[in-house]
Design a protein around this ligand. Structure first.
Ligand SMILES: [Zn+2]
Length: 496
């Protein structure tokens, strides 16, 4: 299970809990006689149904919850591993380019201790995440039970007050619950969140910490502890002041103030860098090799703020859309269903329009990283440079495969495998074991696929890569698999 699968698994459970309540309210209706609606009888029956609902859910979701909780170790430890591997590649590359490792590699004793300490820290993180999840899971079931019970009693109150029929009265009683969802998690600031929303934040935050831990361990091994906060893409306004600046990483790479003339990363974090849901990141700063980036200009700052606000508005519209479609799906009355579906559609349109405009500006990076995408000769130096940057960018993207899956109707599982094959995994290539050399054409294809305005050749690319990786799974070498895949899906022919 990957991090986004965890949030999706919770979202599916939330939906099931609500829709099974809806089914109960729809199947076991109150009798409407000349004397009025027979509420007392209905309530007694619904309370019995509620008991079954409680019991069934307890058993039904026990396994799901276990599966989710057991996947936490994997997600966190894997992030640490990937962080270490990616960092090692970077360091070796820098050394090849002339970077001098100025500390002895021989201090293995202290490195081993450092890693042991990290083991303990990550164990604690895994355990804390698991126990937070267990509490959230229990709260989720409890809240749906409590809400169901409330609805059973409130329906009659609404009916008495408004003189309405069964369906409309039940809809009125369920509306608030449907609008907010199972928002059983209260944050310190008082805001309430659903478990899926909370889990998404929690697992991403934990997995980022583990990734940074893995990276830091590698740096520590090589005696490097300077990092630079990336200045590209769409940084969050809160992190903007830190973009392009060099820090001594005293948190994950074991740096100390005596390691150089830069501020400590911990002080930046104390000032707000890497807040929850932060999408920013840093890379190693190799003194003498890395070029320092110029600070953020006033114009860039304005643009970032503007884009951030659009992003927030898009998220709010998406929330409204989800809320309305939840009400539409779980209303008993036909008029209510129709009205809320129309509203959901309207909000969905607003959300998509706003998010498109954000995606467009993210493509080139509001803060331009130097390489410009599009319309480059695929063989130029600039194209090569852009491809390298873009591949690195893709490796850190978290929603690309979901977007591509939605646009192409190919399952996300397949797209995930393709991404791993093309951008992340090392292969036994003719020139040795390494990742694929970034290709400008493929970078452009990926970008179009994310945006959803892809061309025929971009689909050929996906088919080619999937066929290739399946052939490799069956034992062919990369070269053999590539030749075989090219016979069916000749991507390079399209790119000529
Ligand atoms: Zn941030």
């Amino acid at each position: 299970m990957a991090d986004y699968d965890i949030a999706a698994a919770f979202a599916a459970i939330e939906n099931e809990l609500i829709s099974s309540m809806h089914r109960n309210l729809s199947h076991h209706r109150a009798q409407e006689t000349d004397e009025g609606i027979q509420w007392a009888m209905w309530q007694a029956e619904q309370l019995k149904v509620l008991e079954q609902y409680k019991k069934r859910n307890r058993i039904k979701y026990k396994k799901n919850f276990e599966k989710i909780n057991n996947s936490i170790d994997g997600v966190i430890l894997n992030s640490r591993k990937i962080g270490g591997l990616e960092q090692e590649t970077q360091i070796l590359k820098a050394i090849k380019n002339g970077f001098k490792v100025y500390k002895e590699l021989g201090q293995t004793g202290t490195v081993a201790k450092f890693i042991q300490l990290n083991d303990k820290k990550l164990d604690a993180l895994i355990n804390a995440t698991k126990s937070d999840f267990s509490r959230a899971e229990a709260a989720m079931l409890r809240m749906s039970n409590d809400q169901y019970r409330k609805i059973i009693f409130n329906a009659q109150v609404y009916a008495n007050a408004g003189g309405t029929a069964y369906a409309k009265a039940v809809d009125m009683a369920t509306k608030d619950f449907l609008a907010s969802g199972i928002n059983c998690i209260a944050y310190k600031n008082g805001a309430r969140h659903t478990v899926s929303d909370y889990a998404d934040m929690a697992i991403r935050t934990a997995s980022k910490r583990a990734y940074l831990t893995g990276e830091g361990e590698k740096r520590r091994e090589w005696g490097i502890c300077t990092v630079i906060v990336n200045k590209r893409g769409n940084p969050c306004p809160r992190c903007l002041p830190f973009c392009g600046r060099v820090f001594i990483d005293d948190l994950w790479s074991g740096g100390t103030p005596s390691d150089g003339d830069f501020p400590l990363l911990s002080s930046a974090i104390a000032q707000g860098l890497y807040h929850p849901r932060c999408k920013d990141s840093h890379t190693t700063y190799f003194e003498g090799i890395s070029t320092t980036l110029e600070g953020v200009t006033l114009e860039e700052r304005e643009k970032v703020k503007e884009q951030y606000e659009i992003q927030q508005k898009s998220a709010q519209a998406q929330n409204q859309a989800n809320k309305c479609s939840r009400i539409a799906e779980n209303s008993l009355d036909k008029d209510n269903k129709r009205m809320y579906s129309a509203r959901a559609e309207k909000w969905q349109g607003v959300a998509e329009k706003l998010s498109d405009s954000v995606a467009k500006s993210a493509d080139g990076g509001i803060i331009n990283s130097g390489a410009t995408a599009g319309a480059l000769s695929p063989y130029s130096k600039a194209a090569e440079k852009h491809a390298v940057k873009y591949y690195e960018f893709v490796r850190h993207m978290t929603t690309d495969t979901q977007k591509i899956s939605e646009a192409t109707k190919i399952s996300q599982d397949k797209i995930d495998k393709i991404k791993k094959h093309v951008f992340i995994d090392e292969h036994d290539l003719l020139e040795g074991r390494k990742r694929f050399t970034p290709s400008y054409d493929m970078a452009e294809s990926w970008q179009r696929l994310i945006k959803g305005d892809y061309q025929e050749k971009d689909m050929i690319l996906l088919k080619h890569e999937y066929y290739e990786l399946r052939s490799m799974e069956k034992g062919l070498t990369q070269n053999e698999a590539h030749i075989k895949a090219s016979k069916r899906y000749n991507y390079s022919k399209y790119c000529e």
